[in-house]
Design a protein around this ligand. Structure first.
Ligand SMILES: [Zn+2]
Length: 60
């Protein structure tokens, strides 16, 4: 299953950590921040979980 989010939704969503744009990650039900923090957020039941506490930080 891939992330199915409308483009208009992606346009208004922003990373809660840095305010950057979010883009669907390749081959995963996740949204990746393309701003400065590059956190990765899970998508559960087509609902993005935009919580910094549940975000996955990028590998150092
Ligand atoms: Zn971010």
């Amino acid at each position: 299953m891939t992330v199915k989010l409308d483009s208009w939704l992606l346009e208004i969503l922003a990373c809660p950590n840095c305010g950057g744009d979010l883009r669907p990650a390749d081959d995963a039900d996740e949204l990746a921040c393309v701003g400065t923090c590059h956190y990765v957020y899970a998508v559960r039941d087509d609902i993005p979980v935009l919580l910094v506490d549940e975000a996955r930080a990028p590998a150092p």
